[in-house]
Design a protein around this ligand. Structure first.
Ligand code: NAD
Ligand code: TYD
Length: 344
């Protein structure tokens, strides 16, 4: 099968391309704009594989998308490309709408015209909004996104529904909880905290730190997406989650313990506006229909992740010494949105 992967130079997309090259005989074309979050180092070693091709480009570029789908005889699309960071969507929502909503619409329309046979939309549990202390998100939970990021993903997710209902286009939507693992950009909670701890910098915890996330190892997400691609029902939505709820503060303390650093590095900073309190996924639908289950428990997933960030220091040090420095100062420095750490 010829598969177009969008956003394959990012965190989950690069893990997914490695998964495809290692476990299938498919050909993979990776369309990625290489924004601040895209990094070809995430795919080191893949370039030499004759089944892999990288194309630098924008999913909003209709002509490019059209010619790639035709020229590469694409049969399936796995759509990861997105602006993905909630805090950046608070600072500047517009690019979230153009990339996540318009970009998805262009991909859907051109894929339909090209006769693509399967289209997996990598959506997120954040489309459901926030839970109280009880209950889980099911595929029937109402969409109630709270951040501009989540709203843009919900719009894209609903466009997929519309393309299935209106045109019978075979879209499958996955809504996964928080991922962690190798190659995650160090603006997200786990890699940010690991890197700061290793550098002896303050660990900025938003608000009271009692927000809850349901963490899934990235490899388990990739397996679920691949199952959805090959065996999912067109028009179906699949929730994906690890059944692994952690309070942010507990997780940060656990990371410090694992890295043998003191809890005194924890610094409480201004909360994220509109901060969702709790996410928790009911993944019984994908378990029953596709036989998926997570295989990596949190303790060993965290060990693998920490070991990867320890072994790949140059990867994240390079990121943190570039444009990221200005981002960090703007967000976390004195006077920044999450200011309060002073020298961070
Ligand atoms: P990421 O930010 O690490 O990667 C996004 C990739 O998309 C980057 O390589 C970037 O260069 C590329 N990109 C951005 N705009 C583009 C454009 N206009 N055209 C082409 N490429 C573009 O994100 P991630 O964490 O790997 O997430 C991937 C997908 O999975 C996203 O759609 C996200 O919403 C979804 N998701 C993420 C999580 C998570 O925990 N990280 C959970 C559920 C769903
Ligand atoms: P994040 O990794 O940005 O994922 P998401 O917002 O998509 O869940 O954040 C995970 C949780 O960690 C979220 O509740 C916000 C919190 N957080 C902090 O407390 N401090 C930080 O510096 C960051 C980046 C996140």
């Amino acid at each position: 099968m010829n598969i177009l992967v969008t956003g394959g130079a990012g965190f989950i997309g690069s893990n997914h391309i490695r998964f495809l090259l290692e476990n299938t005989r498919d050909r993979v074309v990776n369309l990625d704009l290489l924004t601040y979050a895209g990094n070809l180092e995430n795919l080191a070693g893949c370039e030499d594989d004759p089944r892999y091709r990288f194309v630098r480009g924008d999913i909003r570029d209709r002509e490019l998308v059209r010619s790639l789908l035709k020229g590469e005889a694409i049969e399936a699309v796995v759509h990861f490309a997105a602006e993905s960071h909630v805090d950046r969507s608070v600072e500047g929502p517009e690019v979230f709408v153009t990339t996540n909503v318009l970009g998805t619409e262009i991909l859907l329309e051109e894929s339909k015209a090209a006769g693509v046979g399967r289209f997996v939309m990598v959506s997120t549990d954040e489309v459901y909004g926030s839970l109280g202390s009880e209950g889980f998100f099911t595929e029937q939970s109402p969409l109630a996104p709270n951040s501009p990021y989540a709203a843009s993903k919900a719009a894209a997710d609903l466009l997929c529904r519309a393309f299935f209902k209106t045109f019978g286009f075979p879209v499958i939507v996955t809504r996964c909880s928080n991922n962690y693992g190798p190659y995650q950009f160090p603006e997200k909670l786990i890699p940010l905290m690991i890197a700061n701890a290793l550098e002896g910098k303050p660990l900025p915890v938003y608000g009271d730190g009692l927000q809850v996330r349901d963490w899934l190892y990235v490899g388990d997400h990739c397996r679920a997406i691949d199952l959805a691609l090959r065996q999912g029902r067109p028009g179906a939505i699949y929730n994906i989650g690890g059944g692994n709820e952690q309070r942010n503060l507990d997780l940060v303390k656990l990371l410090l313990d694992r890295l043998q650093r003191g809890h005194d590095l924890i610094t409480f900073v201004a909360d994220r506006p509109g901060h969702d309190r709790r996410y928790a996924i009911d993944a019984s639908h994908i378990r029953a229909e596709l036989g998926w289950a997570p295989t990596v428990d949190f303790a060993s997933g965290l060990t693998r992740t920490i070991d990867w960030y320890l072994a790949n220091r140059p990867w994240w040090e390079k990121i943190r010494s570039g444009e990221y420095t200005a981002y960090y100062a703007k967000m976390y420095g004195a006077g920044g949105r999450h200011g309060g750490t002073g020298d961070a």
